[in-house]
Write a protein that binds this ligand. Structure first.
Ligand SMILES: [Fe+2]
Length: 264
C-alpha cells in the first residue's frame, strides 16, 4: 500500500512507496495526488536510468528538452542538471519559472531524480502554487488578466544559467519564443500560467500599464504562503505539474547532479 502525506497548505505531498513496484491502483493514486497537490516527491528511490524512464512513461510521453543534450544516445530523454563547486554565476534555474514555456506546448510534468546532493537543506528547490496564487488574486486583477496573453523567450531573464550548461554540452543556441494566455484551466482549476524567468512582455498592453501589472503579478505569484521548499537527499524523486507550479533552484555552493525528464 502506498502512503500519501500532505505537506504545507496542501501544496505538496510525500508519497511512500517503491515506484518500481506499483500496482495499477497505486499508480492511479499517484496521478491523483499529482493533480491534487501539484508537487509530489518520493524518498529512497534508487532507480537505474531504465527504471526511471519506465516510470516516467507511465505518466505520459517523455519530451525532448530543446536546450540541452540527453544523458546518452540510449537515454536522450534524460537530461543532466549539474552544478559544480567550481561553477561561477547562478545555478541552473535560479529564478522562478515554468520549464520550456517558450515552446508552443510546454511539458505537463517535470521530474527530477537526485543522484548527488549537498547536505540536506543546503540546495532546496522551491515551488510556488499558482492555483493558490490565482485563488488569492483581487477580483479586479483577475478581470484584467482574464484574456491577457504574454510573450516568452528562451533568452528571457533566466537564460544566463542555461548558457553555462550549453557551453559545456555544446548544444547550439537558438532563440525560441511563444505566446500564451496568462490564466489557464488545469485539472478543472484556474491557475496563473506565467513564467517570470522567461517573460518578455504582455501582449497588447501599453508600457506604463505593463510595468505596473508586471510588478504586482511577479510579487504576488511567489508569496511565501504559496510556496513549498523541497529539501533534497540522494535518490529522491520529485514530480510537479509544470503548468500550475512555478519552481526555482536556491543558490548554493557545492556539487549536485540531477537527472531530469519532462513529460508532455
Ligand atoms: Fe526548471
Amino acid at each position: 500500500m502506498i502512503k500519501v502525506i500532505s505537506k504545507k497548505n496542501k501544496i505538496a505531498a510525500e508519497i511512500i512507496c517503491d515506484v518500481k513496484k506499483l500496482k495499477n491502483s497505486e499508480l492511479k493514486k499517484i496521478k491523483f495526488a499529482l493533480n491534487k497537490f501539484g508537487m509530489i516527491y518520493f524518498r529512497n528511490q534508487n532507480l537505474s536510468s531504465s527504471n526511471y524512464l519506465k516510470f516516467a512513461k507511465k505518466l505520459g510521453i517523455p519530451a525532448d528538452y530543446p536546450r540541452l543534450k540527453g544523458l546518452s544516445s540510449k537515454y536522450t530523454k534524460i537530461t543532466v542538471v549539474e552544478r559544480k563547486t567550481t561553477d561561477k554565476g547562478p545555478s541552473f534555474g535560479e529564478q522562478f519559472h515554468t520549464d520550456s514555456i517558450y515552446t508552443k506546448n510546454p511539458p505537463r510534468f517535470t521530474m527530477l531524480l537526485s543522484k548527488l546532493v549537498p547536505k540536506k537543506g543546503k540546495a532546496n528547490t522551491e515551488f510556488s502554487s499558482q492555483y493558490l496564487a490565482y485563488k488569492n488574486l483581487p477580483q479586479n486583477i483577475k478581470k484584467k488578466l482574464k484574456n491577457l496573453k504574454a510573450i516568452y523567450s528562451s533568452e528571457g531573464p533566466i537564460s544566463v544559467t542555461t548558457h553555462e550548461r550549453e557551453k559545456e554540452k555544446g548544444k547550439q543556441k537558438n532563440e525560441l519564443t511563444s505566446k500564451h494566455k496568462i490564466i489557464k484551466k488545469i485539472n478543472k482549476k484556474l491557475s496563473i500560467f506565467c513564467s517570470p524567468g522567461h517573460f518578455i512582455s504582455f501582449s497588447n498592453l501599453n508600457k506604463k500599464e505593463e510595468i505596473k501589472l508586471k510588478r504586482f503579478l511577479f510579487r504576488h505569484q511567489i508569496k511565501k504562503k504559496f510556496q513549498y521548499s523541497l529539501e533534497w537527499e540522494k535518490n529522491q524523486l520529485a514530480i510537479w505539474d509544470n503548468r500550475s507550479m512555478l519552481h526555482q533552484a536556491t543558490p548554493f555552493k557545492g556539487n549536485r547532479i540531477m537527472h531530469r525528464i519532462t513529460i508532455c
